[in-house]
Each structure stands twice: as C-alpha cells, then as structure tokens.
Design a protein around this ligand. Structure first.
Ligand code: CP3
Length: 342
C-alpha cells in the first residue's frame, strides 16, 4: 500500500493530511545534542548506523508521516573533494571559493558508490527499519550549492554569485550544469537505494528577481527535474522567500512545491495551479509562541487547503533549535485531528 505521504505528493485522495518537518532531526532534541558532543555533523552523515539512529529519532518521538535522511546539502560536495566545513551557528564555509573557469575543474563527476557509499548504505538500512514509513532523500539545488561555492560561505546579498551570473553567464551556466549533474547523481543514489521521494532544497533562490530566475536558473531546473523522472519517485522543490517566483517554479517539473510562511498558502496554491501538490507552510517561530497561537495558525492552513488535493503539512523552513519537542508533538496531533474531521 502506497504511503499517505506519497499519495498526497501524487495528488491522490487521502484520508487525512500527512505531516513531517524540515530539520525534524537536529539541535532541538536533547538526544541529538548529546550525540553531537562526540561526533561532528559530518561524522554522523558518514556513519550509516548513527545516521539511521538520528533519522529515526523524530519518527518515533513525533510519529510524523515521513522520515528525511539525516544528511546535509554539502555532503556530495565534500565527497568529490571540495574543502568545506560546517561552522556552528554560521553554516557551510568553503576553504577555496570557486571564481574562475579553471576552478570548475574542481567539480568532478560524483561516483556515489565510490565517493559516498555511506549515503546508499544509510538509505538501505533505514528503509529496512522504517517499515511502512516513507523515507525522503534530498539534495541542494544547483543555485543554492553555487551560493556557498562562489561566496565562500553564507551570504546576505549574494553579490559575488550574482556578479558572476551577470558578468559571465556562460561560466555561471557551466557551473550550474555541473552542480545539476552532482545533484542528479546524489539523488539517484538515494532513490535507487529505496528513498520514496526526493526533495531539492533550493533555499536561497528567493534572492533572485523573477526575470533572473527564469533566465539563469529555471532552464537548469527543468532539465534536472526532467532527468529525475526516470527515478519514478515524486519530487519536491523548496525554496525560501519565493513568493515572487511561484509561477515560474511551478514550471520546473517537480510534483510538489514547498513554500515558506511569507506567502499565504491559499495564494500560493492558487498560483501554483491544480496540477501540483503543495507543502508547507507554518512559520517555525510559531512553535515558540503560546500553544493556542500555534494551533490556530495550523488550523488556518488546513482550512485553506481543505478541498484541495495534494497538501502536505510542514513548516515554512526548518525547525528552530530552541523549539520545545512537545510543541512539535502537539502540532502533529492537531494536524491529525483537524484533517481527519474535515
Ligand atoms: O531535515 C532534516 O532533519 C535533515 C537534516 C538536514 C540538515 N541539513 C542537517 C543539518 C537538512 C535537510 C539540511 C539541508 C541544508 N543544509 C540546507 C537546506 C535547508 C535549509 O535550511 O534551508 C542548507 C542551506 C544547509 C547548509 C547548512 N548546514 C546550514 C545553513 C547549517 C546551519 C548552521 C548552524 O549552525 O546554524 C547547516 C548545519 C546543519 N545541517 C545542522 C543540521 C541538523 C545544524 C546542527 C549541527 O551543527 O549539528
């Protein structure tokens, strides 16, 4: 029997709204913080046993409808030898940023079986242990990966990346194509090992104007999602602050569009159209608010989506480290009750 989550991705009729959370495994959990005292984030990603344990934690504690592989968008970049560290409270920092045509040579082809065998190993182990709960595999979008590679780390206004995009569009395009190949290889390894769906985190595309997104990013995404169809699992395309880009993103070829909270889900759904499913979009900060506020906001999202096929409840971005685990548990319960009653 196909899972509730996958059926919602495919816009089939479902008995209630499935729910999971981006960053459902992480620092808000005391067990995770404990583990991180002896292992780095990347150590966890590279050890299938530990990765499995961390991925399963929220599934057991929250009873969400999907698991997401514990990993990071930077994992395949490290796997091909890019010098990169994840700095606490900062994010990914690249030792030698990519800025020239010669630098592109450092982005060699990913051979998942050799470069990152631990990824497929963790997926296989998880699929065995999860039983009926589907596992989501993921990767970073080419633009979002390029932002770290070109800027050298997190950025406020992406001056260097946009500079490259406008000054040397063909070099920018070549960079995007190499990263699309990397993303495809990394996602294929996860799907072939048993992942039930794939999400592309293109977190930072919202920094682009609709015109630049359509010209410089969308064609690469259309090609990428086209190639992913061969894997025969639903695909989810997510970005932050994408209210200006939704119509364009809807044409990328994904099955589901993930939206943040800066757009009302009703508007977003109308603009995406009825051919695609939608995922979102509670403000993660609402989990720190009085529980009645959280409940009201969650119910408003469900009301706005009642009658629409293909809604997956989620936050608009990842769980914040300060989130009380109980607030997430209560939220799952509310989504379950309310959508059953609807
Ligand atoms: O959702 C899940 O439970 C899977 C785990 C997951 C991680 N990274 C683990 C992680 C996922 C889906 C990601 C994706 C990711 N990584 C994105 C896209 C999603 C988004 O948040 O927009 C991005 C941009 C990254 C890059 C990255 N890695 C950032 C910006 C940070 C935060 C740095 C910080 O300290 O605040 C990381 C580190 C990271 N990746 C953590 C986790 C749980 C932080 C906790 C830790 O260091 O142990």
């Amino acid at each position: 029997m196909t899972s509730l989550f996958v059926r919602a991705c495919e816009r089939q009729e479902v008995e209630r709204t499935p729910v999971w959370f981006m960053r459902q495994a992480g620092r808000y959990q005391p067990e995770y913080r404990q583990l991180r005292k002896r292992l780095s984030l990347l150590d966890i990603c590279e050890r299938p046993d530990v990765c499995t344990e961390v991925t399963l934690l929220p599934v057991r504690q929250l009873e969400v409808d999907a698991a997401i592989l514990f990993s990071d968008i930077t994992v395949p970049l490290r796997a091909i030898g890019i010098g990169l560290d994840i700095v606490e409270n900062v994010g990914p920092v690249v030792a030698e940023p990519l800025r020239s045509a010669e630098d592109l040579g450092r982005l060699r082809t990913l051979v998942p079986e050799e470069d990152e065998p631990y990824v497929a190993a963790a997926v296989r182990q998880l699929v065995g242990e999860l039983g009926p709960v589907p596992l989501i595999g993921f990767a970073g979008g080419p633009f979002t990966l390029a932002s770290y590679l070109v800027e050298g780390g997190p950025s406020r206004n992406y001056r260097r990346l946009k500079g490259l995009m406008w000054q040397d569009p063909s070099l920018f395009h070549a960079l995007m194509e190499r990263l699309a190949d990397l993303t495809e290889g990394h996602l294929a390894a996860q799907a072939n090992a048993g992942a039930a769906a794939l999400q592309i985190f293109d977190s930072w595309i919202g920094c682009l104007s609709p015109a630049d997104y359509r010209r410089h990013v969308l064609p690469v995404m259309q090609d990428l999602f086209g190639r992913l169809k061969a894997l025969r699992v639903p695909t989810i395309y997510f970005g932050v602050e994408t209210a200006g880009l939704l119509e364009a993103m809807a044409g990328a070829g994904a099955d589901v569009i993930g939206v943040d909270w800066r757009v009302s889900i009703g508007d977003a759904a109308a603009r995406i159209g009825h051919e695609l499913a939608i995922q979102g979009n509670l403000d993660p900060a609402l989990l720190l608010a009085p529980s009645d506020e959280t409940a009201q906001a969650a119910k408003a999202i469900l009301r706005a989506m009642s009658g629409r096929r293909g809604h997956i409840f989620n936050l608009g971005h990842g769980v914040l480290p300060e989130t009380p685990p109980d607030a997430l548990r209560r939220l799952v319960e509310i989504v379950r009750q309310e959508s059953l009653d609807a």
